[in-house]
Design a protein around this ligand. Structure first.
Ligand SMILES: CC(C)(COP(=O)(O)OP(=O)(O)OC[C@H]1O[C@@H](n2cnc3c(N)ncnc32)[C@H](O)[C@@H]1OP(=O)(O)O)[C@@H](O)C(=O)NCCC(=O)NCCS
Length: 198
Protein backbone atom coordinates (compact mmCIF):
# COMPACT_ATOMS: atom_id res chain seq x y z
CA UNK A 1 0.00 0.00 0.00
CA UNK A 2 1.37 3.39 -0.97
CA UNK A 3 1.78 6.00 1.71
CA UNK A 4 1.35 8.91 -0.70
CA UNK A 5 -0.66 11.80 0.64
CA UNK A 6 -3.97 12.58 -0.92
CA UNK A 7 -5.25 16.10 -0.76
CA UNK A 8 -8.68 15.73 0.79
CA UNK A 9 -10.91 18.80 0.90
CA UNK A 10 -12.39 19.32 4.31
CA UNK A 11 -16.12 19.07 3.56
CA UNK A 12 -16.95 21.42 6.44
CA UNK A 13 -14.57 24.12 5.24
CA UNK A 14 -15.68 23.91 1.62
CA UNK A 15 -19.39 23.85 2.43
CA UNK A 16 -21.16 26.39 0.21
CA UNK A 17 -23.93 28.72 1.35
CA UNK A 18 -25.96 27.77 -1.75
CA UNK A 19 -25.48 25.32 -4.65
CA UNK A 20 -22.54 26.53 -6.78
CA UNK A 21 -23.72 25.04 -10.12
CA UNK A 22 -26.31 27.74 -10.66
CA UNK A 23 -23.57 30.36 -11.19
CA UNK A 24 -22.03 28.32 -13.99
CA UNK A 25 -25.12 28.51 -16.17
CA UNK A 26 -25.86 32.25 -15.89
CA UNK A 27 -26.20 33.81 -19.34
CA UNK A 28 -24.16 37.02 -19.35
CA UNK A 29 -25.49 37.98 -22.79
CA UNK A 30 -28.80 38.82 -21.00
CA UNK A 31 -27.08 41.70 -19.14
CA UNK A 32 -26.71 45.16 -20.70
CA UNK A 33 -23.27 45.42 -19.05
CA UNK A 34 -20.36 45.75 -21.45
CA UNK A 35 -17.29 43.68 -20.59
CA UNK A 36 -14.03 44.34 -22.43
CA UNK A 37 -12.61 41.75 -22.64
CA UNK A 38 -15.68 39.53 -22.36
CA UNK A 39 -15.95 37.64 -19.08
CA UNK A 40 -18.62 35.82 -17.08
CA UNK A 41 -19.01 34.02 -13.75
CA UNK A 42 -18.16 30.72 -15.45
CA UNK A 43 -15.26 32.25 -17.42
CA UNK A 44 -13.88 35.16 -15.40
CA UNK A 45 -10.93 35.75 -17.75
CA UNK A 46 -8.03 34.51 -15.61
CA UNK A 47 -7.56 30.97 -14.32
CA UNK A 48 -6.87 32.31 -10.81
CA UNK A 49 -10.22 34.10 -10.52
CA UNK A 50 -13.15 32.08 -9.20
CA UNK A 51 -16.71 33.34 -8.68
CA UNK A 52 -18.60 31.18 -6.21
CA UNK A 53 -20.93 31.09 -3.20
CA UNK A 54 -19.52 31.98 0.22
CA UNK A 55 -17.89 29.02 2.00
CA UNK A 56 -17.12 28.47 5.68
CA UNK A 57 -13.38 28.58 4.94
CA UNK A 58 -13.76 32.16 3.68
CA UNK A 59 -13.38 33.20 7.32
CA UNK A 60 -9.69 32.30 6.78
CA UNK A 61 -9.55 33.86 3.31
CA UNK A 62 -10.08 37.46 4.39
CA UNK A 63 -13.82 37.72 3.68
CA UNK A 64 -14.48 39.83 6.77
CA UNK A 65 -11.41 42.01 6.14
CA UNK A 66 -12.84 42.68 2.67
CA UNK A 67 -16.22 43.66 4.14
CA UNK A 68 -14.44 46.06 6.47
CA UNK A 69 -13.50 48.08 3.35
CA UNK A 70 -17.24 48.71 3.01
CA UNK A 71 -18.32 49.39 6.58
CA UNK A 72 -17.65 48.53 10.19
CA UNK A 73 -17.81 44.78 10.83
CA UNK A 74 -16.85 44.60 14.50
CA UNK A 75 -14.63 41.79 15.78
CA UNK A 76 -16.38 38.69 14.48
CA UNK A 77 -15.12 35.39 15.91
CA UNK A 78 -15.00 32.16 13.93
CA UNK A 79 -17.85 30.85 16.08
CA UNK A 80 -20.01 33.87 15.30
CA UNK A 81 -19.20 33.56 11.60
CA UNK A 82 -20.08 29.86 11.58
CA UNK A 83 -23.33 30.41 13.43
CA UNK A 84 -24.40 33.17 11.07
CA UNK A 85 -23.47 31.00 8.05
CA UNK A 86 -25.57 28.14 9.46
CA UNK A 87 -28.54 30.44 10.15
CA UNK A 88 -28.39 32.04 6.69
CA UNK A 89 -28.28 28.65 5.02
CA UNK A 90 -31.13 27.27 7.12
CA UNK A 91 -33.44 30.23 6.54
CA UNK A 92 -32.77 30.36 2.79
CA UNK A 93 -32.83 33.44 0.58
CA UNK A 94 -29.22 34.49 1.30
CA UNK A 95 -26.89 34.39 -1.69
CA UNK A 96 -23.59 35.78 -0.47
CA UNK A 97 -21.32 35.52 -3.52
CA UNK A 98 -17.56 36.04 -3.63
CA UNK A 99 -14.60 36.34 -5.99
CA UNK A 100 -11.44 34.51 -4.85
CA UNK A 101 -7.88 35.07 -6.03
CA UNK A 102 -6.87 31.41 -5.78
CA UNK A 103 -3.16 32.26 -6.17
CA UNK A 104 -3.21 33.70 -2.68
CA UNK A 105 -6.44 32.14 -1.33
CA UNK A 106 -7.96 35.57 -0.66
CA UNK A 107 -11.49 36.87 -1.18
CA UNK A 108 -11.15 39.96 -3.38
CA UNK A 109 -14.77 40.75 -4.18
CA UNK A 110 -18.22 40.14 -2.74
CA UNK A 111 -21.88 40.94 -3.23
CA UNK A 112 -25.02 39.62 -1.60
CA UNK A 113 -28.41 38.89 -3.12
CA UNK A 114 -31.18 38.52 -0.56
CA UNK A 115 -34.58 37.30 -1.67
CA UNK A 116 -37.75 38.51 -0.01
CA UNK A 117 -40.88 36.41 -0.32
CA UNK A 118 -43.99 38.47 -1.09
CA UNK A 119 -47.75 38.08 -1.23
CA UNK A 120 -48.08 40.93 -3.72
CA UNK A 121 -47.66 40.36 -7.46
CA UNK A 122 -49.03 36.87 -7.17
CA UNK A 123 -46.75 35.64 -4.38
CA UNK A 124 -43.66 37.06 -6.05
CA UNK A 125 -40.00 37.18 -5.07
CA UNK A 126 -38.01 40.41 -4.86
CA UNK A 127 -34.23 40.56 -4.85
CA UNK A 128 -32.06 43.06 -2.98
CA UNK A 129 -28.45 43.76 -3.83
CA UNK A 130 -26.38 44.35 -0.70
CA UNK A 131 -22.79 44.71 0.48
CA UNK A 132 -20.98 45.13 -2.83
CA UNK A 133 -17.22 45.49 -2.45
CA UNK A 134 -14.01 44.86 -4.39
CA UNK A 135 -10.62 44.89 -2.64
CA UNK A 136 -9.09 48.32 -3.30
CA UNK A 137 -5.95 46.92 -4.96
CA UNK A 138 -8.12 44.98 -7.45
CA UNK A 139 -10.49 47.81 -8.47
CA UNK A 140 -10.88 49.00 -12.06
CA UNK A 141 -10.47 45.49 -13.54
CA UNK A 142 -14.19 44.75 -14.19
CA UNK A 143 -14.53 42.71 -10.99
CA UNK A 144 -17.18 45.08 -9.59
CA UNK A 145 -19.21 44.66 -12.75
CA UNK A 146 -18.62 40.90 -12.69
CA UNK A 147 -19.90 40.38 -9.14
CA UNK A 148 -22.91 42.72 -9.53
CA UNK A 149 -23.98 41.19 -12.86
CA UNK A 150 -23.52 37.71 -11.39
CA UNK A 151 -25.92 38.27 -8.48
CA UNK A 152 -28.35 40.25 -10.67
CA UNK A 153 -28.61 37.39 -13.19
CA UNK A 154 -28.86 35.00 -10.24
CA UNK A 155 -31.91 36.95 -8.97
CA UNK A 156 -33.54 36.59 -12.39
CA UNK A 157 -32.63 32.89 -12.57
CA UNK A 158 -34.22 32.33 -9.15
CA UNK A 159 -37.48 33.92 -10.30
CA UNK A 160 -37.33 37.44 -8.85
CA UNK A 161 -39.53 39.98 -10.63
CA UNK A 162 -37.15 42.80 -9.72
CA UNK A 163 -33.92 43.61 -7.96
CA UNK A 164 -33.45 46.72 -5.81
CA UNK A 165 -30.40 48.48 -4.37
CA UNK A 166 -29.39 51.57 -2.40
CA UNK A 167 -26.16 53.28 -3.35
CA UNK A 168 -24.03 56.38 -2.98
CA UNK A 169 -24.72 59.15 -5.54
CA UNK A 170 -21.33 58.62 -7.22
CA UNK A 171 -22.18 55.01 -8.03
CA UNK A 172 -25.43 55.77 -9.90
CA UNK A 173 -23.65 55.70 -13.30
CA UNK A 174 -21.91 52.42 -12.43
CA UNK A 175 -25.23 50.73 -11.63
CA UNK A 176 -27.01 52.33 -14.62
CA UNK A 177 -24.43 50.74 -16.90
CA UNK A 178 -25.46 47.37 -15.44
CA UNK A 179 -29.21 47.83 -16.07
CA UNK A 180 -30.44 49.54 -12.89
CA UNK A 181 -32.65 52.62 -13.25
CA UNK A 182 -33.59 55.51 -11.02
CA UNK A 183 -37.38 55.58 -10.93
CA UNK A 184 -38.50 59.24 -10.78
CA UNK A 185 -40.73 59.84 -7.78
CA UNK A 186 -39.78 56.45 -6.35
CA UNK A 187 -36.04 56.54 -5.66
CA UNK A 188 -35.73 57.88 -2.16
CA UNK A 189 -33.86 55.65 0.25
CA UNK A 190 -34.85 56.30 3.89
CA UNK A 191 -33.49 54.68 7.02
CA UNK A 192 -34.32 54.64 10.70
CA UNK A 193 -31.12 54.01 12.63
CA UNK A 194 -30.93 52.03 15.86
CA UNK A 195 -27.88 50.99 17.89
CA UNK A 196 -24.99 49.70 15.72
CA UNK A 197 -23.80 46.49 17.42
CA UNK A 198 -20.24 46.80 16.02
C1 LIG B 1 -17.94 50.08 -6.44
C2 LIG B 1 -16.90 49.00 -6.60
C3 LIG B 1 -17.46 47.66 -6.14
C4 LIG B 1 -16.51 48.90 -8.08
O1 LIG B 1 -15.53 47.89 -8.23
P1 LIG B 1 -14.49 47.87 -9.44
O2 LIG B 1 -13.93 46.50 -9.51
O3 LIG B 1 -13.53 48.98 -9.34
O4 LIG B 1 -15.47 48.13 -10.67
P2 LIG B 1 -15.20 47.86 -12.20
O5 LIG B 1 -13.75 47.74 -12.50
O6 LIG B 1 -16.07 46.75 -12.64
O7 LIG B 1 -15.71 49.25 -12.78
C5 LIG B 1 -16.87 49.37 -13.54
C6 LIG B 1 -17.10 50.80 -13.95
O8 LIG B 1 -17.58 51.60 -12.86
C7 LIG B 1 -16.73 52.71 -12.63
N1 LIG B 1 -16.56 52.87 -11.19
C8 LIG B 1 -16.09 51.93 -10.35
N2 LIG B 1 -16.06 52.40 -9.09
C9 LIG B 1 -16.50 53.67 -9.14
C10 LIG B 1 -16.67 54.67 -8.17
N3 LIG B 1 -16.38 54.48 -6.89
N4 LIG B 1 -17.15 55.85 -8.58
C11 LIG B 1 -17.45 56.05 -9.89
N5 LIG B 1 -17.30 55.15 -10.85
C12 LIG B 1 -16.83 53.95 -10.48
C13 LIG B 1 -15.42 52.37 -13.30
O9 LIG B 1 -14.75 53.54 -13.71
C14 LIG B 1 -15.85 51.50 -14.45
O10 LIG B 1 -16.28 52.27 -15.53
P3 LIG B 1 -15.94 51.85 -17.05
O11 LIG B 1 -16.51 50.47 -17.25
O12 LIG B 1 -16.63 52.90 -17.86
O13 LIG B 1 -14.45 51.90 -17.13
C15 LIG B 1 -15.60 49.36 -5.82
O14 LIG B 1 -15.16 50.64 -6.20
C16 LIG B 1 -15.76 49.33 -4.32
O15 LIG B 1 -15.64 48.27 -3.70
N6 LIG B 1 -15.98 50.49 -3.69
C17 LIG B 1 -16.08 50.63 -2.25
C18 LIG B 1 -17.32 50.01 -1.69
C19 LIG B 1 -18.58 50.60 -2.26
O16 LIG B 1 -18.72 51.80 -2.41
N7 LIG B 1 -19.52 49.70 -2.60
C20 LIG B 1 -20.78 50.03 -3.20
C21 LIG B 1 -21.80 50.43 -2.19
S1 LIG B 1 -23.25 50.99 -3.03
Amino acid sequence: MGMEKHHVEDPWASESLYPPDILQKLDFSKSPAIFKPKISAAQPGEDWIVVRPLQRSDFDKGFLQLLSQLTSTGNITRKQFDERFTQMKASGGYYVTVIEDTRVAKIIGAATLTIEQKFIHNCSLKGRLEDVVVNDTYRGKQLGKLIVVTVSLLAQELGCYKMALDCKDKLIKFYESLGYKMEPGNSNAMNMRFDDPS
